[in-house]
Design a protein around this ligand. Structure first.
Ligand code: ADP
Length: 445
């Protein structure tokens, strides 16, 4: 750069000297200098003109070549232009690869602008949603997918989970739709065909429900015979008396099978049911009183069972499912708390983020649960100690039923526990399910 400026200075000095001397030959040194300077300005104007012409139509004109500062400027511009071309080629090839890979995706991908318009989609989106290219580019995504579930999903702004809806082309197909926010208000809509997955899931559920149902009849017959034979076997002079103990064991195993089948059917029903209605208030204090009576019988005085119930608080939901939640949590508390332990139930409301929501809490001073096991408790047939669960009449399905019933009420289950220190199971229901009656909090138990 310094050399270029030296060239410019030399050019100026030379112009002045040549102008002065050649003007001097005709005794007009000033005029000669002025003409020489004018020529220099003309030279710079020419360079400016060439630069302006090139910058307006770079494809049509080559960058000019020159010495001095102009040469440096042209060279720097040429370098920048070359680098920009290279970057453009690279970006075009990345974009080409991206488009080719998204076009090959089996899932539909739609780019939605911050204003909710479709900016781009791949070919899977065309076949899954019936989008047309390019007519549907720029259309509002809500106008193309008109299902109410989708509208509330988009407007809800909670995109952690997907939403499942019938395909707008053929309602026999089910689509899973998920919005992924990115960049500056942009969103990527991923659409997946989950019909086969749903069909297999339904087949599995139907199979479990049908098998459980079919098993019920022979069990009832067996149970009837055993119940007929047991009183006979208990009489000492009867031919059946040697069978008293095996018959007692058969009765116990039959009861286990009956409760297992009962729980499997309950779970199958819960899985196929829709979310609980939000309008029907259920008298929670009554459900709790019934459940307490049941578990007191189970405990047979071995535990101190108390409850603090907000009598004015009801819950909008499904009675049978809420009953299952309360009974299962209390039954577990009794079964996993050694004799002399304390069990407390609380039903009330708690404030979170400025609004009140209903909360059901069951606390015990029982054996507690290892931290590693807590996330797995609601899996079907998961037990921390299989022997203990079976011995106390557990099916391994109680908390799976609780989880499903709570999901139907959009509620969350929080479990706090430590081995040897007891457990707390808290169900947080959403505030819109809270129904309050006139009354006050009173202690029960
Ligand atoms: P189960 O019929 O075996 O009790 P659940 O689904 O109700 O099945 O519970 C799963 C497992 O969670 C139980 O086997 C037990 O190990 C553990 N568990 C549930 N509730 C409690 C509790 N209150 N205290 C300690 N462990 C518990």
């Amino acid at each position: 750069m310094r050399r270029a400026w030296l060239v410019e200075v030399r050019r100026l000095v030379l112009t002045l000297v040549v102008g002065w001397l050649s003007g001097g030959l005709f005794e007009a040194a000033h005029l000669g200098t002025a003409i020489a300077l004018l020529l220099l300005v003309g030279f710079h104007l020419l360079q400016l003109y060439r630069l302006a012409r090139w910058s307006m139509r770079p494809q049509q004109y080559e960058l000019p070549e020159s010495a001095g500062v102009w040469g440096e400027i042209f060279e720097a511009l040429y370098d920048t232009q070359r680098r920009a071309k290279k970057r453009k080629r690279k970006l075009a090839s990345i974009l080409g690869e991206f488009q080719a890979s998204t076009a090959a995706l089996p899932d539909g991908a739609i780019v939605v602008s911050p204003r909710g318009n479709i900016a781009w989609f791949n070919s899977a989106a065309q076949s899954l949603l019936g989008l047309r290219s390019p007519q549907d580019i720029g259309t509002r995504v809500n106008n193309l997918i008109r299902h109410p579930l989708f509208t509330s999903y988009v407007e809800g702004g909670e995109y952690d989970d997907d939403v499942q809806l019938p395909s707008p082309i053929d309602p026999q197909y089910t689509l899973s739709v998920r919005l992924i926010p990115y960049g500056n208000g942009q969103r990527l809509l991923i659409v997946r065909d989950v019909s086969e997955h749903k069909r297999l899931d339904r087949m599995r559920r139907d199979f479990v429900a049908n098998a459980s149902h079919e098993l019920r009849t022979p069990l009832t017959v067996l149970s009837g015979y055993i119940d007929m034979m047991r009183p006979e076997a208990e009489r000492p002079d009867n031919a059946l008396s040697a069978w008293a103990s095996p018959l007692g064991e058969m009765r116990r195993q039959l009861s286990r099978m009956e409760s297992l089948i009962g729980d499997l059917l309950k779970l199958a029903r819960l899985e196929s049911d829709t979310p609980a209605p939000r309008g029907d208030p259920v008298r929670m204090p009554d459900i709790i009183a019934d459940a307490l009576a049941q578990v007191r019988q189970l405990s047979a005085g071995a535990h101190t069972i108390t409850a603090e119930v907000d009598e004015s608080l009801d819950l909008a939901g499904r009675e049978a499912e809420l009953q299952s939640v309360v009974v299962n949590l209390l039954t577990n508390a009794v079964r996993y708390t050694p004799e002399g332990g304390r069990i407390t139930l609380e039903w009330g409301s708690a404030e979170r983020a400025g609004s009140w929501h209903p909360i059901l809490r069951v606390r015990d001073t029982g054996i507690g649960i290892d931290a590693d096991a807590i996330p797995r408790l609601t899996e079907r047939f998961y037990r921390v100690d299989v022997g203990r669960s079976r011995a106390s009449g557990g099916t391994g399905l109680g908390l799976a039923i609780v989880k499903h019933a709570l999901e139907h009420h959009e509620a969350q289950l929080e479990i706090e526990s430590a081995p040897g220190e007891g457990s707390t199971f808290a169900c947080h229901f959403p505030s819109y399910r809270l129904c309050r009656q006139e009354g006050d909090t009173r202690k029960v138990g």
